[in-house]
Design a binder for this molecule. Structure first.
Ligand code: GAL
Length: 370
């Protein structure tokens, strides 16, 4: 992009990245020697060099681009969320740069598992590797040709464990389950436990959230995406407790994200149009189990009716009393998901609703420090 410029440091990293001969790829089970086939799958050398776009303005990321980590590689944390633990931000997400292989004559990119990055300023991100690896067993929930989406991590104060939930599905999205993994460390490795349909109901786009009393919740789109479902988790956050509430019934919302502010819980969600952007929705409640009041699209200004081209992923609680949280959106590029971009926008509050303006960069111009 002509109007953008990289900082000197970024530029050096960028140069280093494009001249590196080896590709930095995710940890990937045990790979077979090149050329060897198993289950009709032939390993190919790893994908092209990972140089990303690197677009920056005065050291700020260009919103909508696929941003770069400290090493100059494209950040692979799509559909993700941020955990704040001991003053460090951990960003988990879909690693969309698994190995490229030949399957039945077609070249396909496998899912790379769940990535973990860390930062102390929400701007400079260090890659910690794959926190939850994909599997090369076609019968496993985490098989790289299945759907591994929207991973989120919460910390359990009592067990001292980090708990990861993600949407696991089959290619046709008919499995509709939530998968759970656990780790002693925020950076993993996470140990996969199991998947299920929470309370017996379908669960697609999903997230997890801890309320002000330390209760854990899983929220997913159930009943063929028509209705949200909030499930109270067991004290260890590893399973639904059995107490749940259907919310936003028949509103066809997905991609729920949550933040607490002013003694209330707030959500931003999207409509259901697959990878295509649609109008965002919002809502507010005194309790995660509801009742939830639906509020208008929080986005305002040009292209607000299409969420500026994005879809909600999560909200990062920032500022005293979460006064200036950051809404994380994905700009999906379904033809090449690893190039999908990030759009992070501060939320402001006006007359009992959330307002989000499009900003050209993250952080927005003028904001120096998070
Ligand atoms: C979206 C969903 C994404 C992905 C996509 C597949 O609605 O939010 O996470 O599942 O559909 O089409």
């Amino acid at each position: 992009m002509e109007h953008t410029q990289m900082t000197r440091r970024r530029f050096t990293q960028y140069l280093a990245a494009i001249t590196a001969s080896a590709v930095v790829g995710p940890a990937w089970g045990q790979s077979r020697p090149a050329g060897q086939t198993a289950n009709g799958i032939m390993d190919l050398p790893l994908h092209e060099t990972d140089q990303g776009t690197g677009a920056q303005v005065n050291g700020h990321f260009v919103n909508g681009e696929c941003w770069l980590d400290d090493a100059g590689n494209r950040i692979q944390a799509h559909g993700g969320g941020v955990l704040i633990h001991k003053g460090v931000y951990y960003w988990y997400g879909e690693h969309r740069m698994g190995p490229v292989k030949q399957v039945d004559g077609k070249t396909v990119q496998f899912a790379g598992g769940v990535s973990c990055y860390q930062s102390t300023d929400l701007i400079n991100w260090k890659y910690n590797g794959v926190a939850l690896a994909a599997s090369d067993d076609p019968d496993h929930d985490l098989y790289g040709l299945r759907v591994l989406e929207r991973p989120k991590v919460i910390y359990n104060e009592a067990t001292k464990k980090f708990v990861l939930w993600l949407h696991v599905d089959k290619k046709n999205y008919g499995y509709a389950r939530a998968g759970v993994a656990v780790s002693d460390s925020p950076t993993g490795p996470f140990k996969y436990i199991e998947s299920f349909r929470p309370n017996g109901f379908m669960s697609r786009d999903q997230t997890i959230f801890v309320d002000r009393e330390g209760r854990g919740f899983h929220v997913g789109s159930s009943d063929e995406n028509s209705t949200g479902m909030v499930s109270l988790l067991t004290d260890d956050y590893l399973k639904p407790s059995g107490k749940f509430q259907k919310v936003f019934a028949k509103r066809f919302l997905e991609a729920f994200s949550f933040v607490e502010h002013d003694n209330r819980y707030w959500t931003i969600a999207s409509g259901c149009t697959g990878w295509k952007p649609n109008k965002a929705h919002s809502g507010v409640a005194r309790d995660m189990l509801g009742p939830w009041e639906e509020l208008p699209n929080p986005c305002v200004g040009p292209n607000a009716d299409l969420t500026f081209g994005g879809q909600s992923a999560a909200i990062i609680p920032v500022g005293p009393a979460n006064k200036t949280p950051i809404a994380m959106f994905d700009i999906w590029r379904p033809k090449d998901l690893k190039t999908s971009g990030y759009l992070w926008l501060p939320i402001r509050w006006q007359e009992n609703r959330m307002i989000i303006d499009r900003q050209p960069t993250w952080p927005p111009p003028g904001m120096k420090k998070v």
